[in-house]
Design a binder for this molecule. Structure first.
Ligand SMILES: Cc1cc2nc3c(=O)[nH]c(=O)nc-3n(C[C@H](O)[C@H](O)[C@H](O)COP(=O)(O)O)c2cc1C
Length: 297
């Protein structure tokens, strides 16, 4: 394997000319010690942190120094993304390709919140969900990948008891009480005419016409990507501290008749959103093991 060229030979490397001290000071100014300790859980950031003790540790711990440098690059990248003026759709700035590599694993705490300790809510507390939070969840979820950036998922947020009461006749009996208790129920739907938006969301011309002339492709694309979008929505909601109770125990024909009479949007399933009443959780069920579910070829 080739050795990496020295930093002195890389004047365009953002680390060029940066001392470790300058990097640590910049990170501390940007994130603060406590956030730094979450992102890179090393003792010098989590216990009585100081610049001097951090430098002592990092100078003799190459793996930790590497993580610190990676986080510094990530910080610069995020700053660039915030400042960067909008480019025409579909053009790629070559300088951002390199910096897009995300090198940091998210913290254990975040993994717990998204997956490992997250549970499907089966009942909800009275705590309301701020309307602004719904917009935030969507703004995160929409960034998940879909084929040709088709993004066919659509959402109807039912935020009042009256709006949710319209759903009740369609629900399986076991889903009624928790839907009444949830501060928000989302009807997640598929836009069967998603391709009308292709000129906005896809950089190559002809995509709209391509789907229009091939209904089987359009339907398969809509179904696959709509469900993906719904999964992103659940993860985004969890990332913002919400609990989700997805439900397919619902008569979709009734939901469609009640909410989407023109037939363009088609309900896929529902998600109750709010803050879990953990006293109502089911026991956690097993997941298939790696050996049962995966092949490595
Ligand atoms: C698409 C989908 C549909 C579901 N439908 C229902 C439902 O109709 N009623 C219900 O009580 N739970 C429903 N669930 C909840 C699942 O049973 C639950 O997410 C799963 O058992 C994992 O639970 P855990 O996250 O607490 O481990 C549904 C989940 C998903 C993702």
């Amino acid at each position: 394997m080739q050795g990496s060229p020295s930093r002195s030979a890389q004047p365009r490397n953002p680390l060029h000319g940066m001392t470790l001290e300058a990097i640590v000071r910049a990170l501390e100014a940007h994130y603060g010690w406590s956030e730094l300790g979450v992102r890179i859980p090393v003792r010098c950031f989590t216990h009585e942190p100081s610049i001097a003790s951090s430098l002592r540790f990092l100078r003799k711990t190459p793996w930790a120094r590497e993580k610190v440098e990676s986080l510094y690059l990530l910080m610069l990248r995020d700053a660039r993304r915030t400042e960067r003026p909008r480019r025409p759709l579909g053009t790629i700035a070559p300088t951002t390709i390199i910096s897009r590599r995300i090198t940091m694993q998210i913290s254990q705490e975040s993994l717990d919140q998204l997956f490992l300790k997250a549970r499907t809510a089966n009942g909800f507390t009275d705590q309301p969900v701020d309307a602004a939070l719904l917009r935030k969840v969507y703004d995160i979820a929409r960034m998940g990948p879909t084929s040709m950036n088709t993004q066919p998922t659509r959402y109807v947020f039912l935020t009042t008891p009256a709006a949710r009461a319209r759903l009740v006749p369609a629900l399986s009996p076991g889903n009624v009480d928790k839907t009444r208790a949830a501060p928000v129920t989302v009807i997640v739907a598929t836009d069967t005419r998603f391709h009308e938006h292709m000129p906005q969301v896809w950089h190559r011309p002809g995509a709209k016409e391509n789907f229009e002339s091939n209904p089987a492709l359009a339907t398969a694309t809509a179904n696959r990507n709509s469900t993906l979008g719904e999964a992103y929505f659940i993860i985004a909601a969890r990332a913002l501290g919400l609990d989700c109770g997805p439900m397919s125990g619902v008569d979709l024909a009734k939901v469609n008749a009640g909410f989407f009479p023109d037939g363009r949007w088609q309900a896929n399933f529902l998600i109750n959103l709010g803050y879990s009443d953990d006293s109502k959780l089911f026991d956690r069920n097993q997941r298939p093991s790696f050996e049962q579910a995966c092949q490595v070829l």
